[in-house]
Structure formats: C-alpha cells, structure tokens
Design a protein around this ligand. Structure first.
Ligand code: ADP
Ligand code: ASP
Ligand code: MG
Length: 413
C-alpha cells in the first residue's frame, strides 16, 4: 500500500490512512506501507536547499529532502500502534534500499527484503518512507520527484506482493487530469504501455519509473483513492484503476475507445536554430554536445532546406535545462554554424495515447483537425506506436485538452 502527500498531510489524514491499513490487515493480508512526505513538504525542503546555495551539492540536497518521508513513516507507525496494530518504520538505510549514486534522481538497484519479510510474517505492519535510498558507500539518496511510487513498486517486487495499491487524491486513472477536465472518465484498466506513455508525457498520477519497473517485474498495480469512508470495504473490492497487460485488457474492457487518455506537459521549452548548414553531420554537431551535458532532447523538426544550403532546426528540451542548453549551444555556435538561436519557454506538449491506434488510421488527423478548428497552432509533432504529441502555445493547453477529449469521444456525463 502506498499513500501520497495529500493523503499524509496532517494528523487527521494519517489517522484515516492508519484505519485503511488496519482494515487491509484485518482482511487477512500481510502489509507493507510506503509513504510520501506531507504535501508541500518536499517543495519546502527543496527551497531551503536553493536558499542555502543555488548550486547545491546534490548529495546534501538528498539528506535534506529525504527527511520529509522519515517524519510521515514514524507518524504512521505511531497511529497504527494507537489503533492496536503492531507496526514499525524501516528507513531506507535500515532495510537497506540500495541505489546508484545519481543523487536527486537515483535508481533503485536492490532491496534487502529479509528483515522486512520476517517482521511482516510476525504480524507487524512495515512502514517504509518512499523516495529514499542509500548508495554503496552509505550516502542517502532520493529517487526524483514523485519517487515514492517507484519505492512502492520496488518494495512490492522485493516481497513478491500480490498487489501494489497506490492510494492517492483521485480514485483512479482518468482519461485526462480530472482537475482540468470535469468530464474526464475513470478507466477500469490501463495497460502498462499506455500508463508508461501517459506518465512520461505528463500525467503525474504515477511516476514514469514506477510504471516501467512494474512492467519489468510484473507487479500488479492498482490506483485508488485514500479519501474513502471509514467503513469502505478493503481494497480487494474497491473500484480503482488496474494496470494490466495487453492480453488481460482484451478480456476486461471490450468497449474501449480508440484513445485511452490525453496528457499535457508544460515543462518543455522550444529552441530554434536558424540557418544551420544543410550537410551530413550538421544535426550531430547540435545534439552531440547536448547529450554529453545530459540534456534530454524530445521533439525535433528539421525544416526543408533553402536551396540545399541551409535549414532551420527546432527542438524541445526540459524547461529546467533551457539555460544550460542555451549556453552549450552558444559555445558551439561556430562549430555548428547556425546564424541565430531563439527560445520559447511558453510552450506545452499535448499527447493522445492509446493501444487502439496500432490498428486504426486517422488518429493523428482527428487531432490536427480538432485543434485547427479551434485556431490552435501546432508548432511541432512527434509520434510513437501508441502516441501522438503536438507542441502548442502554453496559454492554449486547457482548451486543447478539452477539445481533444471531446473529439475522441471521451467526455462523460
Ligand atoms: P500523490 O501525492 O498521491 O503521489 P500526485 O499529485 O503525485 O499524488 O498525483 C495525483 C494527481 O495526478 C491528481 O490529483 C491529478 O490531478 C493528477 N493527474 C494527472 N493526470 C491524471 C490522470 N490521467 N488521472 C488521474 N489523475 C491525474
Ligand atoms: N515527496 C516526494 C515528492 O514530493 C516523493 C513523492 O511524494 O512521491 O516528490
Ligand atoms: Mg505522486
């Protein structure tokens, strides 16, 4: 069971969570619980680091931001004890949860589950702070924002859990963010691949890495709400969203729409290089140095050349890396040979995702037409087998998501 920040925000909510956990145990399960910091807490801790030094040491940043989850894990154990349950916390270093040393975005390598399994078998509820781990040389790490989802899936895989229930502030995965589109509909099930695409293009309901880990380790993941009635039944019968394999989906949901979901991401910025020489190797001189600086380039368009002498290249990078990308490209201007660089941080990427598009034509054209009819200009396009993404002006995001939600027939009552 994993509980997110909103679910853990304050005494009343942690008490409610303790009740939900207790009921799950009473239904006959051995339970491990992964918790997030209280909502807003991680942001507050990140700010302290920035105030201390804008170029902070990521290893010390991890020491600071990992503390939010330490607090909630201890508090949940206390609340469980108050309800008469046996419970104890297991901090990342105590298990330990081993990660690589990429501070602030570490990857879990192994979880030692021996002590954990023994304690669970003895009837004790194990409470584990999410988001945190330990390097080989015993330094604290964190897994990147939203990382408690990944901790939960990793713990589930390590103890070979029957299921990993992700309790959050919405009662499942919807066709789009239900906070943006009131007519969004809850999905009974989503495939791993679809969830992976949705998460990676901006649906923050699950961290992307948690989905790829679940897919790799075959962990059954369910998303459901922690804001449920005291007397609600245990999670086995709750109507959350199940993440399933392709084959399972076919048996479950016959009436699925062509498009499963729509996601928006405002965290990208556009870069345009004008008059790049139109010759072999030109784009390699642009993207090579960006890759070396660990900047992830997403959408790319190379325009038709002017009389085969030069061309414009447009691409997107994460907004957080825009300044770094600008300075790398300025340094390389002579070598790349572009005339001018312009950048635009006010863009957003809208993506439609669905396994149905593998076997159906016309998904992209529906998208382009629906946006055109509302006067929304498309600045770049990218596709995968089960996704189409377009880049638009950031001011038009909410309108675009609503228009597409209607165009693909996803609106509920
Ligand atoms: P937690 O603190 O529990 O980890 P998050 O804030 O990380 O919760 O994720 C839950 C939020 O994800 C919801 O409140 C919702 O606004 C947002 N969200 C974005 N896309 C979707 C979607 N397709 N379905 C459900 N929620 C979504
Ligand atoms: N507390 C961390 C964050 O806010 C991890 C998480 O909640 O998943 O990013
Ligand atoms: Mg989250």
């Amino acid at each position: 069971m994993k509980f997110g920040g909103t679910s853990m925000a304050g005494t009343e909510r942690i008490r409610r969570v303790a009740g939900i956990v207790k009921r799950q145990q009473e239904a006959g399960h051995e339970v491990a619980v992964v918790v997030s910091a209280m909502s807003g807490e991680t942001d507050r801790l990140v700010n302290f680091c920035r105030e201390a030094n804008p170029l902070y040491d990521p290893a010390e940043y991890d020491v600071v931001v990992a503390s939010g989850e330490q607090v909630t894990s201890g508090l949940l154990a206390l609340h469980l004890q108050a309800l008469g349950c046996k419970a104890r916390s297991w901090l990342g270093w105590q298990l330990p949860v081993r990660t690589d040393d990429a501070h602030a975005k570490a990857r879990i390598e192994t979880i030692d589950s021996e002590a954990l399994l023994a304690s669970m078998a003895a009837g004790e509820i194990a409470v584990i702070p999410g988001f945190q781990g330990l390097t080989e040389d015993n330094r604290v790490t964190t897994l990147g924002r939203g990382g408690s989802d990944t901790s939960a899936v990793a713990v589930a895989a390590a103890v070979k859990a029957d299921r990993c229930d992700i309790y959050t502030d919405v009662d499942g995965v919807y066709t789009t963010d239900p906070r943006i589109v009131a007519k969004a509909q809850k999905l009974k099930s989503v495939t791993y691949e679809e969830m992976l695409e949705l998460a990676s293009v901006g649906s923050k309901v699950l961290q992307t890495r948690s989905v790829s880990l679940a897919m790799k380790e075959n962990v059954r993941v369910q998303v459901l709400s922690s804001f449920i009635d005291e007397n609600a039944p245990a999670a086995d019968t709750l109507p959350g969203t199940m993440i399933v394999s392709d084959e399972e989906l076919e048996g479950l949901d016959m009436e699925r729409q062509l498009i499963t979901g729509i996601a928006a991401d405002k965290n990208e910025a556009k870069v345009i290089l004008t008059r790049v020489p139109d010759r072999p190797g030109a784009v390699a001189t642009i993207f090579g140095p960006l890759a070396e600086t660990n900047i992830n380039v997403d959408m790319i368009i190379q325009n038709v050349g002017r009389e085969h002498t030069d061309t414009d290249v447009t691409f997107t990078v994460p907004s957080a890396d825009l300044d770094k990308a600008k300075s790398v490209l300025e340094e390389q201007q002579a070598k790349i040979g572009f005339e001018k660089m312009t950048t635009d941080p006010k863009v957003a990427k809208i993506s439609v995702v669905g396994v149905g598009m593998r076997s159906h034509a016309g998904v992209a054209s529906t998208m382009f037409k629906a946006l055109a009819d509302r006067g929304i200009n498309i600045q770049a396009i990218s596709t995968s087998e089960i996704k189409v993404s377009v880049l638009i002006d950031a001011d038009e995001v909410e309108l675009a998501v609503r228009v597409l939600h209607t165009a693909y027939g996803l609106d509920g009552a």
